[in-house]
Ligand binder design. Structure first.
Ligand SMILES: *Cc1c(COP(=O)(O)O)cnc(C)c1O
Length: 361
């Protein structure tokens, strides 16, 4: 018996998409660091990034890096989130590289690296305007870079990095990348050597690679979700992406009931299961299906990219999703399975759920 709900992954197409992005980056002298956090470290996909040429596998979650190490997948591991003071021993044990933006964290990493007899590589993050992590003040950045280079013997200053398009919705541009390069050169002049890595952002920075206006000094991008979701570059930013498979991911959910029901709730309305007041469009009597999948599995129902013209996601509670079937052309009934395309958020939630079956096709 198949078990539902399912997260369905076309592994061959995932591999081809990853390989194509690795090649695209390589054509500009850029290495692609394979970000595996959106898949919660699903081993088959982590292997796909590695096999496609991503020598560094990266996550914001140290437990995922630990698990890859234990499974023998990959060779070098990068922690993407600024280390928490409470996880420093694990960061040194399981990550070879981490992104950093705080002097006291760097000193704690150094103490632990010396204790474990290791040299841990650090990339200092520069705030270029998206307003998440990173040094804002040049003197502080330079001071910490000098401290790592000259004083902290357990650490190696690997390079600098930037991040955009996460909190502040900022686009990666030639200008903000050049700003990062200026900071890198400031540090290089002070320490008297070149930095190994100038990391120019994540998925959105691929636009600069495709357009061919990425500054030459950028030599690393951190990319994870895009080759799987095949969404942002094409559907948000309008790049043709002819060579990209768009059918890597989907969800399958079982139909629990199909009924004709009114579309507007009946009775006095207050709030939904999450305490939000909602509005409901009255479209008369409609054929609706109830699916055995809910917010607990994928987050926000209206974020599910809807491509099937015969199915409209209306809403969801924790464990149920309600869809409008129009005139139910396909004759869905209880026990049938409905398949919907998914993107980043749904992949992130579903791959973390122990009771969602991951199905490779
Ligand atoms: C998540 C993340 C990325 C990119 O990962 P995607 O899965 O491509 O969105 C890049 N850099 C940092 C610091 C991140 O946390």
């Amino acid at each position: 018996m198949e078990r539902y709900p399912q997260l369905v992954i076309n592994l061959k197409h995932a591999r081809e998409n990853i390989e194509n992005l690795v090649k695209l980056c390589a054509s500009k002298g850029i290495r692609m660091t394979g970000v595996i956090k959106v898949t919660n470290g699903l081993p088959e996909l982590c292997r796909a990034y590695y096999d496609a040429g991503c020598r560094i596998l990266a996550s914001s979650r140290i437990d995922q890096l630990k698990s890859l190490r234990e499974q023998g997948i990959g060779e070098e591991f990068e922690l993407l989130r600024i280390p928490m003071m409470s996880e420093i021993p694990d960061v040194i044990s399981y990550a070879d590289i981490s992104l950093n933006s705080d002097g006291s964290v760097l000193r704690a990493l150094n103490d632990e690296a010396i204790r474990q007899g290791k040299t841990h590589k650090v990339i200092l993050m520069v705030e270029v305007g998206d307003l998440r992590e990173g040094y804002w003040d040049d003197d502080e950045l330079l001071g910490d870079a000098m401290m790592v280079e000259k004083e902290l013997e357990g650490l190696y200053l690997e390079g600098v990095g930037m991040n955009v398009g996460c909190y502040g919705s900022v686009l990666p541009t030639h200008e903000n990348m050049q700003y990062l390069i200026d900071k890198a050169e400031m540090i290089e002049n002070a320490i008297g050597r070149r930095l190994n890595v100038i990391s120019g952002g994540g998925t959105s920075s691929l636009m600069r690679v495709i357009d061919g206006d990425i500054p030459e000094m950028i030599n690393d991008l951190r990319v994870g979700g895009e080759p799987l979701c095949a969404y942002t570059l094409k559907h948000v930013y309008g790049y043709p992406m002819e060579w990209q498979h768009e059918d890597v991911l989907s969800m399958r959910a079982e139909v629990l009931e199909v009924r004709e029901k009114p579309s507007h709730p009946i009775g006095k309305l207050a709030v939904d299961a999450f305490g939000h007041s909602q509005s409901y469009e009255d479209r008369g009597i409609r054929t609706r299906a109830l699916l055995g999948i809910g917010r607990l599995d994928y987050g926000e129902p209206l974020d599910i990219p809807n491509e099937d013209p015969d199915i409209e996601v209306l809403g969801a509670s924790s464990d149920h999703t309600i869809v409008d079937l129009g005139d139910n052309k396909k004759g869905y009934k209880a026990g049938d399975v409905i398949e919907l395309r998914i993107k980043y958020a749904q992949l992130m939630y579903m791959s973390a759920r122990p009771d969602v079956t991951v199905k490779y096709i």
